[in-house]
Design a binder for this molecule. Structure first.
Ligand SMILES: [Cu+2]
Length: 166
């Protein structure tokens, strides 16, 4: 039976293509820039912080907060989504130290991307903080495309083994 190895090879190829396809499907929006830059040292706080992605973001369900070294919220108001840029306004800042920006936004393909970056305030400001910050949002990673891909690959391999023995 000369066609059996070829069928096996085709099955594996299809499985690999499906795996590659699921990888593409999982490639949602990627953050390409932040303002201020990650780890920037600033003497005065900016009026807003923003993250720029590689594609337009959905305008619904965006979240962005800035948590100061005191554990309080220093962002104020709702985040804004304008095209590929998600931003939020800042209060005048207070204590020196690390301010962390946490965000969560929805890609054009419906996948949620979340992450954080931080900057340093080197000179204390006179601002008053907002309320204590809640725990940052959990990062979300879709696992199912990989499970489906692996299942197809294993099934394809098993089919190949069975075919080869007959
Ligand atoms: Cu995606």
């Amino acid at each position: 039976m000369r066609s059996a190895p070829r069928l096996g090879a085709v099955t594996i190829l299809v499985a690999l293509l499906l795996l590659a396809g699921s990888g593409v499907a999982a490639a949602h929006a990627v953050r390409i820039a932040t303002d201020p830059a990650d780890k920037a040292a600033l003497a005065t706080g900016p009026a807003r912080v923003s993250a720029t992605f590689n594609e337009r973001m959905q305008t619904t369900f965006a979240a962005m907060t800035v948590v100061g070294p005191d554990g309080n919220l220093w962002s104020t108001g709702d985040p804004q989504v304008q095209g590929a840029v998600v931003s939020v306004a800042l209060r005048p800042l207070g204590p020196t130290g690390t301010y962390t920006v946490n965000y969560r936004a929805t890609s054009a393909d419906g996948h949620v991307v979340s992450g954080s970056w931080s900057f340093e305030l080197t000179r204390a400001g006179t601002g008053e903080p907002g309320p204590p910050a809640a725990a940052p949002a959990e990062p979300e990673l879709p696992v199912w495309p990989f499970v489906v891909g692996a299942t197809v690959l294993i099934a394809g391999g098993a089919l190949w083994a069975v075919r080869r023995r007959t």
